[in-house]
Design a protein around this ligand. Structure first.
Ligand code: UDP
Length: 308
């Protein structure tokens, strides 16, 4: 297949490009590089099945020739990035989703939207099944990401229902692994970076808020299965192993053998108190579940951070 991946130079997008190339597809990667990096894709420089276009996907997308699949992964995805780029975040979720769905419709291609557990906001239900509608503050600092993704889901379902586009929506829960940026701002890369440098580990709030971290290879496997399935409604992909942020910090201190200590800081506004995916749909419909244990994935990520 000839496949377009937006955000293909980002953390998730670049691992997706690797997988698609491994499966024998041709990949056209589009990225404006505001949070992505060419270092994530330069290993494909001499691969004739890979093409990179530097473009903002909120602008008109012109791709010559056939396209069989569009994966829309472009978006800032770290809380510090959507605070830094609030309007580009809203635009890529709204206008970028419109452009990429338009491309899929025009080319009669299938489409997969990278959505997020943030559509559940600060959830009042734990774990979160796909049927939960969420608890989102539309005007808070995280609203630019959460509402853009909620709009993107609505638009994707409208293109499916009204235009008959074969669409898929993955709700991605916290994911970690090699290629996360050192200055990414999210908990796992921050803590690893701080632990390796012997700096204080910056836990926000009391650290009792929970997250469920999925290793990148498991996530990509789940996304690939969804992309080739006939499920058009949203599917959670994430690891249901729930940990507190304090436990996450302590595990990283242990695995790095660091002398760093935890330091406590203010909790960001609207920071979700709990998050854990209900993955029954993925298990039953896709035969998918994560395989990499948290400590195992962290060891691989720590090795990568040491080398880079
Ligand atoms: N967090 C933290 N210290 C950091 C970065 C994040 O305590 O240096 C907390 C953050 O407040 C949140 C959790 O870790 O409760 C996960 O944050 P992250 O930015 O990784 O992703 P989120 O799940 O909030 O999108």
């Amino acid at each position: 297949m000839r496949i377009v991946v937006t955000g293909g130079a980002g953390f998730l997008g670049s691992h997706l490009c690797d997988k698609l190339l491994e499966e024998g597809h041709q990949v056209i990667c589009i990225d404006n590089l505001i949070t992505g990096s060419v270092s994530n894709i330069e290993h494909h420089d001499s691969n004739e099945n890979f093409k990179f276009i530097k473009q903002d996907v909120t602008e008109f997308l012109y791709i010559s020739g056939p396209v069989d699949y569009v994966f829309h992964f472009a978006s800032p995805a770290s809380p510090i990035d959507y605070l830094k780029f609030p309007i580009p975040t809203l635009k890529v979720g709204a206008l970028g989703t419109h452009k990429t769905l338009g491309l899929a419709k025009d080319k009669k291609a299938s489409f997969l939207l990278a959505s997020t557990s943030e559509v559940y906001g600060d959830p009042l239900v734990n774990p979160q099944p796909e049927s939960y509608w969420g608890n989102v503050n539309p005007i808070g600092p995280r609203g630019v990401y959460d509402e853009a993704k909620r709009f993107a889901e609505a638009l994707t379902m409208a293109y499916h229902r009204y235009h008959g586009v074969n669409t898929h929506i993955v709700r991605i829960f916290n994911t970690y692994g090699p290629r996360m940026r050192k200055q990414d701002g999210r908990a796992v890369p921050n803590f690893i970076n701080q632990a390796l440098k012997g700096e204080g580990i910056t836990v926000y709030g009391d650290g009792l808020q929970t997250r469920s971290f999925c290793f990148i290879s498991d996530l990509i496997d789940g996304i690939y299965r969804l992309a080739t399935s006939n499920i058009n409604t949203p599917v959670n992909i994430g690891n249901p192993q729930e940990v507190t942020i304090k436990q996450c910090a302590e595990t990283i201190i242990k695995l790095t053998g660091s002398r760093s200590r935890i330091t406590y800081h203010d909790l960001p506004v609207d920071d979700p108190k709990v998050r854990r995916p209900d993955i029954t749909v993925a298990q039953e419909e896709l035969g998918w579940e994560p395989r990499v244990l948290f400590e195992e994935g962290l060891k691989k990520t720590i090795e990568w951070f040491k080398k880079s």
